[in-house]
Design a protein around this ligand. Structure first.
Ligand SMILES: Nc1ncnc2c1ncn2[C@@H]1O[C@H](COP(=O)(O)OP(=O)(O)OP(=O)(O)O)[C@@H](O)[C@H]1O
Ligand SMILES: O=C([O-])CC(=O)C(=O)O
Ligand SMILES: [Ca+2]
Ligand SMILES: [Mn+2]
Length: 665
């Protein structure tokens, strides 16, 4: 028999036939849906994971508020964050994905817009209305990694799932931070408190380039208008600092799922209960990175501006999508807030042995903080940003940010295994079919990165806090190849090298051999500190003395000659050196003193060839060694000149010792 369209009706063999003549091709239980839409609605169980409903919840606040009221307050708070400073009302914010129309109510969100201020004409305003205040801005609030993956893949070009489940993303034209575009509002208080000077004028200047309040507000308005012009924005409400007494609430408003997932991983993720009583954030980031700043705006020197206003507790990002700006911008804020409370903020990694011995790893970018603090035999407290208070150490962040260039499973297994579902992989290159990442590929940038939650490291110490440090390890990647693989430092030497903040990398790898480039960055993080370096140095000296910590200088850079002649010290050797520091073996070793830098170097370390411990042994051209050593010493001396006129703490004898602790020649 022919169907009306002329095709033969499909007969299935051996299957029963209904009286009505309808043919069935299976005998399984029917789904409980009448339509495809109904079927799809069955798939997703309703939940409000970020605005939980709980009767008699722990928080005294929460108990008093209905779910609806809590939700209303949350949307009002976000509307206030996004409000223009010059127009009357906040944007009409509504929770949920605009692509899923009509589902906002189902998610427990009233689809009514939230007004920032209740004004005198509540019915139909006839003045001060802009087109932007007539449209909705959808808020995607604290989405889960799975939801953010879907958003990224659907809407952001360059988002892919790699073979191990990570989200590969592109950060756009900027693949690193833009320190020359980092500005801070110089109001009266900031003028007094902060370290000023222009990095453009002096290589040893401060990172804080000034702008005025008005310029900040201009850029803020530009960012807010941009964000409100979008159909949807991502909002993350999270914490910084694992020390419960000194925790900071941060809100990040961004336009990209990539940025939201990055911060989800890097900041501390609130529990449902903590989010219920989150309230008003202590600090807010407006990330409008896809949108440039206006070059006609005063102070702007490029299309990029990353602006911090400490009084308003806000940061605005224009003209760069590099996610590290958010991470390091917040770090700057902590470098301001924490010292005010007598807490030292540190650009360091941190881990702890089974017996509770804590080590800090200082160092500039690429020197090994993440690589060496991620140690399978020890508990990871954090890889990059910490606080040292009277109670001990605490991680500022909830995730790690590892360099991926040349990453290998064999040498860095824990980092390798952390690159899985949920991890953001920036600017890596992968096979278009298998989606296997080629970690050696620098086509996009050499600064390829993975951002993952700290609990992806199997031996993470949660909560990320620990007792006072026993060892303070200063890392330098010396591409000149003259610093010893390890030296034991006295307190004055530790302070000298901390204030110097030396490393030397190679300028570019593309066009063959280049000169090593010495970098001095005070406190191993001049780009992030807010106060004068000697303030942090005095605090470090005080804490190291008080708690009896030992300082070490570890060269993770070149051995056997400078860059181009020698090679980078093998990671397994550096790990053995670090093991010997942790175990206490190096405290009791035999030492000899080097010339020029006056460093105490051990003569033997278990598992490390003794001849490499004194770099002169590894150079075939001894005259070249001496010449290079003196050149580096000269650079140290020149760099330290600006600090010679400062006193470090109250102890003037320590200041004199520090000045004498540098190279002598
Ligand atoms: N001997 C060594 N010691 C430490 N790292 C080494 C060594 N040899 C090579 N490396 C490589 O150097 C890089 C160190 O980068 P790492 O991510 O640890 O930097 P970082 O100090 O955490 O910088 P950032 O602050 O930018 O995150 C890694 O890619 C690591 O594999
Ligand atoms: O912020 C970044 O891009 C990476 C980082 O950790 C640093 O430079 O210290
Ligand atoms: Ca790192
Ligand atoms: Mn860092």
């Amino acid at each position: 028999m022919a169907a009306p369209n002329g095709l033969a009706r499909i007969e299935t063999h051996g299957k029963k036939q209904h009286e009505n003549g309808v043919c069935h091709d299976d005998s399984a239980a029917p789904v409980r849906a009448q339509t495809i839409d109904e079927l799809h609605s069955l798939q997703r169980k309703r939940s409000a994971p970020t605005t939980p409903i709980k009767d008699g919840a722990a928080s005294p606040f929460a108990a008093a508020l209905s779910e609806e009221e809590r939700h209303r307050q949350q949307m009002q708070s976000i509307s206030a964050s996004l409000a223009s400073l010059t127009r009357e009302t906040g944007p009409k914010v509504v929770k949920g994905d605009p692509a899923r129309k009509g589902e906002a109510a189902a998610n427990g969100a009233p689809p009514t817009p939230q007004k920032h201020h209740q004004h005198h004409h509540p019915a139909a305003p006839t003045i001060a209305v802009s087109d932007s205040s007539l449209k909705f801005t959808h808020v995607l609030y604290n989405l889960s990694p799975a939801e953010l993956y879907e958003q990224a893949i659907k809407y952001e070009k360059g988002s892919f799932i790699t073979s191990t489940g990570a989200l590969a993303t592109l950060s756009g034209a900027k693949t690193g931070r833009s320190p020359r575009d980092k500005r801070v509002v110089k109001d009266e208080a900031a003028a007094q408190e902060l370290w000023w000077g222009n990095i453009l004028c002096s290589r040893r200047g401060s990172p804080n380039i000034e702008i005025d309040e008005h310029t900040f507000l201009t850029n803020r308005e530009r960012a807010v208008d941009y964000l409100n012009s979008l159909d949807k924005v991502f909002v993350n409400d999270q914490f910084l600092n694992w020390d419960p007494e000194n925790r900071i609430k941060v809100r990040i408003i961004s336009a990209r799922a990539y940025h939201s997932l990055f911060m989800h991983n890097m900041c501390i993720r609130p529990t449902d209960e903590e989010l219920e009583s989150f309230g008003t954030p202590d600090f807010t980031i407006y990330n409008a990175g896809q949108f440039p700043c206006n070059r006609y705006t005063h102070y702007m020197t490029s299309s990029t501006s990353v602006d911090i206003n400490l009084a308003r507790r806000e940061m605005v990002i224009l003209g760069t999508q590099y996610a590290g700006e958010m991470k390091k911008g917040l770090f700057g804020v902590m470098h301001y807030l924490m010292p005010k409370r007598g807490i030292l903020s540190l650009h360091s990694g941190c881990n702890m042995g089974k017996d509770g011995d804590v080590a800090l790893f200082f160092g500039l970018s690429g020197t090994g903080k993440t690589t060496l603090s991620t140690d399978h035999n020890r508990l990871l407290i954090g890889d990059d940003e910490h606080c040292w208070s009277d109670n001990g150490v605490s991680n500022i962040e909830g995730g790690c940010y590892a360099k991926c260039i040349d990453l290998s499973q064999e040498k860095e297994p824990d980092i390798w295994n952390a690159i899985k579902f949920g991890t953001v992989l920036e600017n890596v290159v992968f096979d278009e079919h298998t989606r296997e990442v080629d970690y050696t590929d620098k086509s996009v940038t050499e600064n390829t990165r993975a951002a993952y939650p700290i609990e992806y490291i199997p031996n993470a110490k949660i909560p990320c806090v620990g007792p006072h440090p026993k060892n303070v390890i200063l890392l330098a990647c010396d591409a000149f190849g003259v610093l010893p693989p390890v030296s034991k430092l006295n307190l004055a030497q530790t302070m000298y090298h901390f204030i110097s903040g030396y490393t030397a990398l190679v300028a570019g790898t593309e066009d063959g051999i280049k000169e090593p480039q010495a970098t001095f960055s005070a406190c191993f993080g001049a780009a992030f500190i807010m106060l004068h370096p000697t303030k942090y140095a005095a605090m470090l000296a005080d804490k190291m003395q008080k708690y009896g910590a030992t300082g070490w200088l570890v060269n993770t850079g070149w051995s056997g000659g400078r860059y181009g002649v020698g090679k980078r010290i093998r990671l397994p050797y550096t790990r053995k050196i670090i093991d010997a520091i942790h175990s206490g073996e190096l405290l009791t070793a035999n030492y000899k003193k080097t010339e020029v830098f006056g460093l105490e170097i051990p003569t033997e370390i278990d598992g490390v060839p003794s001849e490499i411990l004194d770099p002169i042994n590894t150079w075939t051209d001894k005259a070249a060694y001496k010449e290079t050593l003196l050149r580096l010493a000269g650079l140290f001396k020149k760099n330290f000149e600006v600090f010679a006129s400062y006193k470090i703490g109250d102890d003037s004898s320590l200041t004199d010792e520090i000045l004498a602790a540098g190279p002598n020649f």
